[in-house]
Structures are given as C-alpha cells and as structure tokens.
Design a protein around this ligand. Structure first.
Ligand code: ZN
Ligand code: ZN
Length: 400
C-alpha cells in the first residue's frame, strides 16, 4: 500500500451542545464540502483525553498527537515560550507573564497595565530584558500587548512554584509559598518582582501613563524537558500551521517545523484561504501537516452563536480548497466549547478521516449527532495517530 501524507485540520473548541431548536451550530449550518468529505471517509466521536475529562487545549493536543499529557505536559509556560520563538534549554523554567499596574502596596490595580500597546510595552520591557537574582538569570521576552514570557535559568530551580499573579484586581501580588523543595526559586522570584517594580517605576515611558506598566505577574510555571520528536516517534516529518503562539509552541515542543503564514492571526479575521494554500504546499514536503483554527473556541468562550456559525461556513469553504489533495484528511477538534456554557466541556467531538476506503455508513451531514453513528464509534484521542498511520498505509502487519 502506498504511504500517504496526512492533513490534520484541528478546529479548536469545535464541539457544541444544542443552541437552537435542539440543534448544534454544526447541525444547522450548511457544510457541503465537509459532508462530501464525510461521504468518502470514516467518522465517529472522540474523547480528546478520556471520557468525562474536560480538556485544556494544550493537554488535548499533546494526547491527540501521541504524547500522553500525564507524562509529557510541561506546563503552559514552556509551550508559550516555544511559541514565542524562545530557544529553551533543558531544565529552564518558563512562565507566562503580564505587564500590569500595582500601587505602592503591591496591590494590582490593572492586570493589563491599561491595555498597553505593543510598541510601548516592547520599549518598557527592554529595561527588564535580563535580570540576575542570586545567581539565577531571569529573562523577559515581550510578545503582544501586555503579554510576555519569563524564563528562569540556573542551578537548583524548580517549577513547583505558584503564580505571583493574583488573577484578580484589588488583590496583592502573591508571594510564592516557600517549601523545602523550592526555597531558592521562591525567594528569587520574590526578589525579582521587587527588582522589576523598581526598574519599571523609574521608566520614562511610565511617567506619562495613568496606569503604568510597573510590575510583571507570573503564572503557569513549567520546566522544559526535551521530548522525542514526532518524526522519530511516528516516522513522519511534520509541520504546524497556526496563528496562536500556544499552538506553535506545541508544534515546536514535539519537533514540528512551524510555518508562519501571513494573515494567520488565531482570531475571527484569520485568513483561512492563506492557511489552506500553505497547507497544500507543505503537503509536497511534509508527511504530516497540522493546521490549527482557533476562532471557534474563542467565539464559544464569548457565547457568540452567530460568529461560530459564520466560522463553520468559512471552514467549509476552506475545506473545499483542500478536497483535491491525495493526502488523508482529518477534521476534528481538541474539545467542545459550547457557547451555552462559554467554557470547555467534556462532551466528545466529531472526528472525520477522509480520502480513505470506507464501508459507508450513509452520513448526510457532518455534525456531532450523525458522526455518533459512524464506524469509528467513540474513540480516545490517544488512538488517533495509530489509526492515521494505518489509514495512510504506514503500518506493518502485527504477527504472521
Ligand atoms: Zn482548545
Ligand atoms: Zn478555549
């Protein structure tokens, strides 16, 4: 059997619950291209991590790509750092970081420093680019608006430190709790926060600001460890097309090449046609192309049914551009984000594997309900890559 490429379309937060007349957005929106794919493929439902587990996007992607998150999840910090293009070294601890505003008593007044603009934040961040505390090196890398990443490098550090971000305005910056295990790290973080406050308070750009960016709040600590690459593990060269930093980070973490596409923004205005063109090009070079679409999830969090319906229409048009490829096409999601709940939920998501020989279970519409009757049944996210290897002609017989 000929070994084929795989195009993996991940629609973040695709799954839903009834939003109108007992039907989900997928049931009430016309999707001729996806329906056609389903008719020449196999389909079912998938529990991204396991039955009854509400997935985070990061843990879910890892599980679906064959990396059990209970073993391989490094925490959000390192994934964001990798997504921002930061080169991490084994044993580095990375945090997500916010430039924020505190008063003299270190009480958070604004978690986003008055929604500071990227250009100003980047200039302010220069003054805290690299700070050494007790022999540990803290680097701050600005990403967009008030956001950034802090990486700590040095001997004897640990990721078992809580957030300094109180996650609420009107509360004090949190002093990390000191334990026998984390003493060196926790003390250094306390000193770092004060040093940052001193430097930023003096910054001339902050003088004119009603809400100065005068502190860095840390969250999501994680230690970076190198993992076996996707190529080594599954024998497929792989690349990642995504707008959001987290998804680029996940790709980099497992050794995928990150392809930057102009107009891929991870927002509602993302250029899906540009992503589709990039994916087709990548299929000439890579065995496995991961194409991520973020906006369905964001609109689910906002409870915006209309925008989710609009995204489904656009995704269907994008699929129309891709349908002629010889590769195996997968369409699924990393979890449900029903707009009625405005948060991730545990309900399984549809999964479709197309351009393969199928028995044909007579699907009419690609949606949660009809996929439940498909030949895949309800599978676990960890089963996806092994199945794709089989459908793409990349497995050997087991036994004789
Ligand atoms: Zn997600
Ligand atoms: Zn989400």
């Amino acid at each position: 059997m000929e070994r084929r490429g795989i195009l993996f379309i991940m629609i973040d937060g695709m799954g839903s619950l009834p939003v109108r007349d007992g039907k989900t957005e997928w049931e009430i929106t016309k999707t001729p291209n996806l329906d056609a794919l389903a008719k020449r493929g196999v389909y079912g439902l998938m529990n991204p991590i396991g039955p009854g587990i509400t997935p985070g996007s990061d843990t879910s992607h890892l599980n679906i790509f064959g990396y059990d998150p209970h073993i391989y999840y490094p925490g959000r910090g390192p994934l964001e750092a990798l997504g921002a293009g930061i080169k991490l070294m084994e044993g580095d601890v990375a945090f997500r970081a916010n430039l924020a505003t505190v008063n003299r008593n270190m009480v958070v007044v604004d978690r986003r420093a008055g929604r500071i603009e990227s250009a100003d934040a980047a200039r302010i961040a220069k003054s805290i680019e690299r700070i050494e505390i007790d022999g540990l090196e803290f680097t701050f890398t600005h990403t967009v608006e008030h956001r950034g990443v802090v990486v700590v490098r040095g001997k004897g550090i640990t990721a078992s430190v809580g957030d300094t971000d109180p996650h609420e305005e009107g509360r004090e910056v949190v002093q990390p709790e000191i334990t026998a295990e984390n003493e060196r790290m926790a003390r250094a973080i306390g000193k770092y926060t004060i040093e940052v406050y001193k430097r930023l308070s003096k910054h001339k750009l902050n003088k004119g600001r009603k809400l100065p960016a005068n502190v860095v709040l840390l969250r999501g600590a994680g230690m970076y460890r190198e993992v076996e690459t996707f190529q080594k593990r599954f024998g497929m060269s792989a690349c990642c097309i995504a707008g959001g930093a987290l998804y680029k980070g996940i790709g980099r973490y497992i050794g995928m090449d990150v392809i930057n596409v102009k107009g891929a923004t991870a927002t509602f205005d993302t250029d899906l046609a540009a992503k589709a063109r990039a994916a087709l090009k990548c299929l000439e070079k890579y065995d496995f192309v991961f194409l991520h679409i973020k906006a369905m999830d964001s609109q689910g969090h906002d409870g915006n049914v209309e925008k989710r319906i609009e995204m489904i229409k656009r995704i269907d048009r994008m699929v129309g551009m891709l349908a002629d490829t010889k590769a195996v096409i997968v369409v699924t999601g990393d979890h449900s984000t029903p707009p009625t709940k405005r948060m991730h939920s545990f309900e399984p998501v549809p999964i479709l594997i197309s351009n393969v020989e199928a028995r044909g279970y007579g699907i009419n519409k690609f949606c949660e309900v009809e996929c439940a009757w498909g030949e895949l049944g309800t599978i676990n996210g960890s089963a996806v890559v092994p199945m794709l290897l089989a459908y793409a002609g990349r497995t050997e017989k087991y036994g004789t």
